[in-house]
Design a protein around this ligand. Structure first.
Ligand code: NAP
Length: 244
């Protein structure tokens, strides 16, 4: 086991979109970035691209729904770095079968939950012993404004038309993970927060998002690099705290 001098950051679903941009920005901030991806060819390509831009980036084969890949990733991190300073639970998905509660396809809702909630919980559980070995561990759950109960229950909420029970409920569940894990870790230096990227142009929304990935990644990067007096157990967008 080697002691890493640089901060070590694992970003799940980092082969493209917001995850790739978070990895790029953390790589620029002197972190070693572990590019988690379920497709090895795409993951290697992304890590090589970051490497070419000057980042210390390595591909990690990691499908958040396959516990054996998560455990193998943890063993690799333990062996090569001995700790994990930053965990970004970014991997996420939507499903065409998702929809309003009355008609959403149940299998589609379950698929979305497997990735967005159970995947994040599984990665957090497996990586936590390594995050505990960091002097200042940070866990960021990439959530969404669509997971906010307050916003979803506001008739004036601009996005209330996004009536997808699977996606919205999975992000609300992820927010519960943030709150409960932050409470469990309240007497440690580890901080756990949820980020809301905002509507960002990526494959997830066929690039219809109104922000660029640089903006969509910014809050997640900020929460990954929080100082010791930063918050824990919160939900933040780049505009500030978000209502649960
Ligand atoms: P994206 O471009 O579609 O990227 C999603 C990433 O997650 C891809 O790398 C994808 O890998 C990966 N992924 C999906 N299932 C996975 C699994 N089982 N294991 C490992 N990786 C998996 O979408 P994005 O917009 O960047 O989304 C990133 C995060 O931001 C998501 O959690 C999303 O819910 C959240 N978010 C996005 C927006 C937005 O407007 N874009 C707004 C709020 C929140 P593959 O390439 O293999 O599919």
């Amino acid at each position: 086991m080697k002691a890493a001098s640089k901060k070590v950051a694992l970003i799940t679903g980092a082969n493209k979109g917001i995850g790739f941009e978070v990895a790029r920005q953390l790589g620029r901030n002197c972190c070693t970035v572990l590019v988690g991806a379920r497709n090895p060819a795409l993951g290697r390509e992304a890590a090589a691209k970051l490497h070419d831009q000057g980042a210390d980036a390595r591909f990690l084969d990691l499908d958040v729904t396959r516990r054996e890949t998560v455990e193998a990733a943890a063993q690799f991190i333990e062996k090569d770095f001995g700790k994990l300073d930053i965990l970004v639970n970014n991997a996420g998905a939507v499903d065409p079968g998702d929809g309003p509660p009355s008609v959403a396809n149940l299998a589609a809702v379950e698929r979305v939950f497997q990735i967005n909630f159970f995947g994040a919980l599984s990665v957090a559980q497996v990586m936590l012993p390594l995050v505990r070995k960091s002097p200042a561990g940070r866990i960021v759950n990439v959530s969404s404004g669509l997971g906010s109960l307050a916003f979803n229950s506001d008739p004036n909420y601009i996005k209330s038309s996004y009536n997808w029970i699977g996606y919205c409920a999975s992000k609300a569940a992820m927010n519960m993970l943030t709150v409960q894990l932050a409470y469990e870790l309240r007497n440690t230096p580890i901080k756990v927060n949820s980020s809301a990227p905002g509507y960002t142009a990526t494959d997830m929304n066929h690039n219809r998002g109104t922000q660029k990935v640089e903006q969509g990644a910014a809050e997640t990067v900020g929460l990954s690099l929080l100082p010791a007096d930063g918050p824990s157990g919160g939900f933040f967008s780049s505009a500030g705290p978000k209502p649960w």
